[in-house]
Design a protein around this ligand. Structure first.
Ligand code: PLP
Length: 439
């Protein structure tokens, strides 16, 4: 069994590629967390993926638990997705004119996601949340927005305040280059804390355009909404005339076919999507009720546009993915749930057997093992985790051919390509890793 013995990985080619990349790209990467700074060690350069596996430039094989940070819910190189991209590519990569594919994918999204009557496609999750906020401000005629500490909504200026993901990983309170005048309109409050939301509305009555949140957080590691939290945010926003925006870039088509809003039975005013809806190609979307979405140009006064928005290859990959999820939704989500529970609970038990403190949060195929003793319900409790211990665990798992997200503050994901045997091997590898870790 490949996982049981350390692979004593040869990373020679990856190291050479990293050296070249560092001369050309800041940190050698196009997205900071890829540099492995939070866990140390060398980031392997990936050359191929198939199903639940990745191969690096030196030929090492890894079982993938980060799934391109969410999109690859069907695994890598899923045949229907590959075929759809090939067929679309043969007809040209882009037109900059309307195509039937945009309507095809829009129909699948509208059918699945309860809050969306109309949507617009963009090319990333960042654009989806940024544009949703512009529309919310126009709809309400208000300037302030509420976000929560540790939630990440992409890297637009106003949303990089106390953000999660790489911002949390690198311990950056905000980002340099964001004018304080812009950050001023972002009220960043603790997650799962209704009192602070009430206080913000008290202090800024009639001035808050929207609340944006990850309905299940992935970007401070996985954090669940407390019982009644989403319901209360819905009630407060209705009472205050503010919009409720669910950022389902990560949770959409992952925690349930219709996302967290379906799983928890809450209908937000607007929803941001990304990741899975593009099947691994650059794609995002934002949508909501028609009366809100009709504010967008060319119908209304809110400008938003994109040369590659609704790109035919992205639409094709998204279609193939969403069609599969729709057709097999009962089996897919039941399987993701069962296998995710197996690996999440199995590793937790292994950690406890080894006397290590681990708290596990999971919703569907999205989960995090926090190296801490107290429940993790917000950014402060997530940040109490022993990140050095996580780094040692991560390193040991990489050596065993299991690639977990390279930060304590990122959720792990499972795909439909993972098997029971993969899960058993993962738990076995974790048991060995925990035994080898000296606390
Ligand atoms: N919103 C959430 C919840 C995310 O997890 C992410 C990315 O991880 C984004 C927005 C930004 O998406 P993108 O990286 O496609 O810009």
């Amino acid at each position: 069994n490949l996982y049981l013995e350390p692979m004593a990985r040869n990373l020679e080619r990856s190291l050479a590629l990293q050296k070249r990349a560092e001369a050309l790209l800041p940190g050698g990467v196009d997205s900071p967390v890829r540099a492995f700074r939070a866990v140390g060690g060398e980031p392997p350069f990936v050359v191929r993926g198939a199903g639940a596996y990745l191969w690096d430039a030196d030929g090492n094989r890894y079982l993938d638990y980060f799934g391109s940070w969410g999109p690859m819910v069907l695994g890598h190189a899923f045949p229907a997705v590959v075929e759809a991209i090939q067929q679309a590519a043969a007809k040209s990569a882009s037109f900059g004119a309307s195509t039937p594919a945009e309507g095809d994918l829009a129909e699948l999204v509208v059918e699945a996601v309860p809050s969306i009557d109309k949507l617009r496609f963009v090319s990333s999750g960042t654009e989806a949340t940024m544009s949703a906020i512009r529309v919310a401000r126009a709809f309400t005629g208000r300037k302030y927005i509420i976000k929560f500490e540790g939630c990440y909504h992409g890297h637009s200026d106003g949303l990089l305040v106390k953000a999660g993901s790489g911002v949390a990983t690198f311990g950056i309170p905000g980002s340099a280059g964001v004018p304080e005048e812009i950050a001023h309109y972002t009220l960043a409050l603790p997650y799962n804390d209704i009192a602070s939301v009430e206080a913000a509305f008290e202090a800024h009555r009639g001035e808050i355009a929207c609340i944006i949140l990850e309905p299940v957080v992935g970007n401070m590691g996985c954090v669940l909404p407390a019982g009644g939290y989403l319901e209360t945010l819905r009630a407060i926003t209705l009472r205050e005339g503010a919009l409720l925006i669910f950022d389902e870039v990560m949770t959409g088509f992952r925690v349930a076919h219709g996302g967290a809003q379906q799983r928890y039975g809450i209908v937000p005013d607007m929803t941001a999507l990304g990741k899975i809806i593009g099947g691994g190609l650059p794609c995002g979307a934002f949508g909501g009720r028609a009366e809100i979405m009709n504010l967008l140009a060319p119908l209304g006064p809110v400008y938003q546009a994109g040369t590659l928005s609704g790109n035919p290859l992205a639409m094709a990959a998204g279609m193939a993915t969403l069609q599969h999820l729709r057709q097999h939704k009962t089996e897919v989500y039941a399987r993701l749930e069962a296998l995710s529970a197996m690996v999440a609970d199995g590793i937790t038990a292994a950690a406890h057997e080894a006397g290590l403190p681990v708290v596990t949060n999971r919703v569907g195929a999205m989960f995090t093992w926090f190296f801490t003793e107290a429940p993790v319900t917000d950014f402060a409790s997530a940040a109490a985790s022993d990140t050095a211990l996580f780094a040692r665990f991560h390193h040991a798992m990489m050596e065993a051919g299991i690639w977990l997200p390279p930060s304590q503050f990122e959720a792990a994901f499972l795909s439909t390509a993972h098997t029971e045997a993969d899960i058993s091997a993962t738990i076995e590898a974790a048991r060995n890793a925990f035994a080898a870790i000296e606390v």
